[in-house]
Design a protein. Structure first.
Length: 276
């Protein structure tokens, strides 16, 4: 069976680099047109560099080199209006919307010097990692349902959405709470959107080499917590970090006709990290 993705259109948040960029390229290789969004500016509570306008432009270039079409939009997932505008621009450009990859998120980390309060950290991390996915679904829902073509919504959670990983700092607590919350959101919308033929699933990656993981703030957090997290940071297959392409393979599968009866599923892609 072919993937059935040729000619379809996908909205991807957090697409300027890392997983989002990889998913955009992988879907473009299957003939999918891409609406690529990212925030493209710093957030005070996030202790590592975020993507830039140049990163988002590079994603568009790579999508086109992969044979796909792409439009970009600077959008903060905390703003549903930003996302609605991106969806409207995408539908105007490409005529439809079939796939949503709610991928935008920020990870924990320990900065060299703390400049924000724990309340600010909690609020931002919940807003980006949980409310941002809800905003993405709500912004895309009408276009997908009214078109009557069905579709697939894939939400990027984490192994932290299956396993308690935080140990008391606000960023990690909020990250873990949000990533668990995405599973409940996914299950609710799998039921809500199922009659319209729209499938909703979460993907739960373990660590991989992306800018969200490869930065000094995350390295400091891991060093401070490696002995405090149940099971440490090992996995059942003793693989360590996985490749970002492995997550993109799962996203393409869940977006495709091959997964036409799969909805309401929390899919770990983690070499067994979540079970140790």
């Amino acid at each position: 069976m072919t993937t059935g993705l040729d000619g379809k259109v996908a909205l991807i948040t957090g697409a300027a680099r890392g997983q989002g960029r990889s998913h955009a390229i992988a879907l473009a290789q299957e003939g999918v047109a891409i609406i690529a969004t990212d925030i493209c500016h710093p957030i005070d509570t996030v202790p590592y560099d975020l993507a830039t306008d140049a990163d988002l432009a590079e994603t568009a270039k790579l999508v086109e080199e992969a044979g796909g079409r792409c439009i970009t939009a600077v959008a903060d997932v905390r703003s549903r209006l930003d996302l609605v505008a991106a969806v409207e621009a995408g539908v105007e450009a490409f005529g439809r919307l079939d796939v949503v990859v709610a991928n935008a998120g920020v990870a924990q980390g320990l900065p060299p010097q703390e400049t924000t309060t724990v309340d600010e950290q909690w609020a931002d991390y919940i807003a980006i990692n949980l409310t941002g996915a809800w905003n993405t679904i709500k912004a895309a829902q009408e276009a997908m349902v009214s078109a009557g073509n069905g579709g697939s919504i894939i939400i990027t959670s984490s192994t932290s959405g299956l396993k308690g990983m935080s140990r008391g700092d606000a960023r990690a607590d909020a990250y873990t709470a949000a990533k668990h919350g995405l599973v409940g959101l996914m299950r609710a919308y799998a039921i809500e959107l199922g009659p319209a033929g729209i499938r909703v699933n979460t993907v739960h990656p373990t660590a991989m080499s992306t800018p969200m993981v490869d930065n000094p703030a995350m390295a400091a957090w891991v060093e401070a917590n490696v002995s405090r997290v149940a099971g440490g940071f090992g996995d059942a297959m003793h693989r360590g970090r996985i490749e970002v392409q492995e997550i993109s393979d799962a996203v393409v599968f869940l977006a495709s006709d091959r997964a036409r009866s799969i909805t309401g599923v929390a899919l770990p892609v983690d070499a067994g990290f979540s079970i140790v």
